[in-house]
Ligand binder design. Structure first.
Ligand code: FDA
Length: 310
């Protein structure tokens, strides 16, 4: 793993750094490239603009590892409100949640109750709940809660990370459920016995996992692969596979992050592809932003430019 990447991922876990860095205007200005704003209102406005460009949205309020139950209750209330507001405005908006933000570290059953309440509301509003995948210590609990929520509704999907060595086995165990899955490369710092350290291996694992799902997809209700990457050559390879194997259109969609590879996003939509963009908002953006810098150290130049121009 590159030194820069390790440093940013270590920085993402530092409360000391978060405290200080978020006070600086140049850091905040750099973040705005990836975030339309801190308020829900900003995210909903961005979702409307995306909808005008035939692109769906997924909203996520930044936050993880909440340390008290009241906070987790507040997160549940917040997301219920997001689902209501999006429906009232006629927006094609889904939500994406981190289970540790819903109190997974505190009480697993209560976390499940929060998740189930969100899935029920999504069902009522014609929406959908995605569960993010966090560090590898949370994979078992996350998949367990996903299965339990999925038993009562198909309006919930879970993220799998291609960099983890265990993911092919997790995928095989999940496939009989005909689940909605979001495949991503993985954004956390993991030891080499758990995750492939080399980008090339992660990319190959992604292709192999994606084609495993797409190769057997029938496009039935609930059965969806969200291809979560901005990697243009990988997207191209997968599009060739999809065309060559007659994969039904309803069986997959592309998902990308707000502000990243906008030209690729536009090309996909103009070429008739289905795209959803994940919009993050909220005040707790520091660890998340460090992970974005770790993915692409060239982003550091945006921070530096904002420092100089500020
Ligand atoms: P890769 O990192 O190889 O990047 C390919 C190209 O995309 C780069 O060359 C660059 O051009 C561009 N790019 C990528 N990241 C960029 C950045 N930060 N800034 C500017 N350009 C960038 N992870 C996780 O562990 N758990 C999760 O739940 C999720 N959820 C999630 C949802 C969605 C919708 C997406 C798109 C991604 C996630 N991720 C995630 C993040 C994911 O694991 C991964 O870290 C990023 O998507 C970056 O990897 P790429 O697949 O884009 O490839």
């Amino acid at each position: 793993m590159g030194l820069m990447r390790s440093a940013f991922l270590a920085g993402s876990r530092s409360a000391w750094l978060r405290e200080r860095a978020t006070r600086y205007g140049f850091v905040r200005r750099s973040v705005s490239r990836f975030m339309p704003g801190e308020r829900l209102e900003d995210a909903l406005a961005a979702a409307r603009t995306l909808q005008e460009r035939r692109t769906g949205a997924i909203l996520t309020q930044l936050g993880e590892n909440v340390a008290d139950a009241d906070e987790a209750d507040g997160v549940r209330r917040h997301y219920l409100d997001v689902l209501d507001q999006a429906a009232a405005r006629g927006l094609d908006v889904q939500i994406s949640v981190k289970l540790t933000q819903l109190g997974l570290d505190l009480d697993q059953e209560r976390c499940l109750a929060h998740l189930t309440a969100l899935v029920e509301r999504a069902e009522g509003r014609g929406s959908f709940v995605w569960i993010d995948m966090e560090g590898s210590a949370y994979v078992d609990a996350t998949l367990d809660l996903f299965r339990r929520a999925r038993a009562s509704s198909a309006r919930v999907g879970v993220c799998l990370q291609a960099y983890l060595r265990r993911t092919p086995a997790d995928l095989e165990a999940l496939l009989p459920l005909r689940p909605a899955l979001r495949l991503v490369k993985g954004a956390y710092q993991e030891p080499p016995d758990r995750a492939f350290p080399r980008k090339k291996d992660v990319d190959e694992a992604f292709f192999s996992l994606a084609t495993r799902v797409l190769g057997q997809a029938r496009g039935e209700a609930g059965d969806l692969l969200a291809i979560g990457t901005h990697d243009a050559p990988l997207v191209e390879r997968l599009r060739e596979f999809i065309a060559g194997h007659g994969v039904p259109e309803s069986a997959y969609e592309f998902e990308m992050l707000y502000g990243i590879r906008r030209a690729l996003q536009t090309r996909l939509v103009e070429g008739g592809g289905r795209l959803r963009v994940l919009i993050s908002y909220g005040t707790y953006w520091f660890p998340w932003y460090m992970r974005r810098l770790a993915e692409r150290p060239a982003n550091v130049w945006f921070v530096a430019r904002n420092l100089l121009s500020g």
